[in-house]
Design a protein around this ligand. Sequence first.
Ligand SMILES: Cc1ncc(COP(=O)(O)O)c(C=O)c1O
Length: 402
Amino acid sequence: MGSMQDWLGAQARVRSRRGLVRSTVPRPDVSHLDASRTDASRNGAAVLDTAVLDSPLLDLASNDYLGLAADPRLQAAGIAAVARYGTGARSSRVVTGTHPVHAELEAELAALTGQPAALAFSSGYTANLGILTALGGPGTLIVRDEHAHASLIDGARLSRSPLEVFPHGDLEALARLLAQRSQPRAVVVIESIYSVLGDAADVAATAELCAEYDALLVVDEAHGIGVAGGGRGAVHAAGLAGAEHVVLTTTLSKALGAQGGAVLGSAALREHLVNTARSFIFDTALAPCAAAAAAEACRIIAAEPGRVESVARNAALIAGALGLEQAAGAVQSVPVGPATRAAGLAARLEEAGVLVGCFRPPSVPDGISRLRLTARADLSPEQLRAAAALIRTLLSLTEVPA
Ligand SMILES: Cc1ncc(COP(=O)(O)O)c(C=O)c1O
């Protein structure tokens, strides 16, 4: 065991030196900030005066894009599901774990996105593992965008398919890879809105290419559902809802304010997944309270388009205030260079009262670490302006104070 302990210590030292240490320390309750308390120059340092605030931190880091995670209607739906079904699903969906609330959720997801069928998983991660392992294998080439999420990369690897990667958004490179393939089947994997850069894929053009080369397109809409296409997602916006060669995956944990994941496509695909997707079959079913909350979120998104519009308004505000090109969805991404600088800036912002995402390797390639700001619908223009002023001040400092 000595050699393993030595190795763990050495690994920790390397992470620390490179600015790559991640933390699971619980966050204080994050919600609202009184922007009138902003003092961007106290003691020569950029600071938001949080001492007088009800809540200590302004959250620009979480993925609760529509502010639904704390919505009383989602909470009530979750509590009712706990009362009716208990706190856990008790077993896999294919044993006794499927409850009426799972069918309800799947119907709501299908209705929101315009897809024929949906299958709920315990997370977006397991949904992506499930679809790619169930479709993959030696006879299926999997071609993915280089920025695809870790869960898509892992699903592709687990599938034992031959794998190819195309440069981010480069459809000519994708076409070449599809044209050269020797396998009878091909699956192309993209995200509709990319999680770190926040930029959008050209879903329509990618789908057209897939049709031309008889490939199936898997679009991860983790950051698209609830945000793009009036909340119905980028595939719906591209007029591709229900197209046989386009499959969606999503998480229920971002705009839907709950937890879990789903794959959406044809009834035949759903049936195939139920019978072959190992991360579905050998995994305890999604907790009923999360399923109920996500189903409620789908109904709210369809009924309250103003929430989705607020994300776009807030994204424009953040991008404008920071001089960034506005990204397609809720995520606005600020390039800051080395990982150590990103970590230093994020730590200073947190001290000053603003929580931002800090994306470093392996989430992004070395040298292009970023601060990731989410334009949540429930943030006010005053809050966003105050946070942006603070971020501008810190970014303009050549040295980030230790
Ligand atoms: C693009 C993308 N896909 C999948 C996931 C995984 O979803 P989950 O957190 O529900 O496992 C995430 C984020 O967590 C994501 O950003």
